[in-house]
Design a protein around this ligand. Sequence first.
Ligand SMILES: [Mg+2]
Length: 243
Amino acid sequence: MIKAVLLDMGGVLLDTHGVSSLPGHRLDYRGRRAMLGLLRQRGSRKVTLDDLESELFGPWHRDYVGRYERMRDAAWEPHLERLRCKFGGEVDDRELLAAWFAPYAENLTEIEGAGKALQELRAAGYRLGLVSNVPLPGDFYLHQLERWGLAEPLEAIRFSYDAGSRKPSPRMLLEVLKELGVSPERAVMIGDRRGSDVAAGRAAATRTVWIRSEFSRGPTADATIDSIAQLPALLASWQEQKP
Ligand SMILES: [Mg+2]
């Protein structure tokens, strides 16, 4: 019997509209302009878009490419510190990252039917946990889940940036399951990336559901659906199969 549902965020609960919260996306430039404006407003000296690339985004990205080997997301703090040391300015890390993140955040919307599906799962008695790989502090994303009314049904939450671990490592999944008091064999991991979500579920020894997407490289899931809206019915059919 399944007792807990572990959910990925992007492509499952929130629609990113094909844009990732990483340097290089189409909203990145708007975010960089906002960050630059904030720096100048707070007294940074002669900082330019080129400086942001050479002192912050470029070095951060070189760390970021090693995230799979490290199984951990890249930290922004050393790069923000270097930027401030060089150009000055009374502004903290979170304000700068929030300025850059804002255009991306505005672009996020609820996946159609996600809130309804979460309510149905809670009503059916499942414990719900979120396990999400993100390149920025988790509360940035938590606010977006709250904005769309998606945070309340989630009882345990792990974001990779804060957790110090990322999928496909099973670590965040096992932490959430421990918090929920549910063993892996009574849990299912659902996500849109086979290489991280399905692989992490397998490594944690949960069952797995893949939401069909372009991210099809990776292990095969126990079931495939087209949207989270189909999950309550799928789990109900699994429970009926059990003696
Ligand atoms: Mg995803």
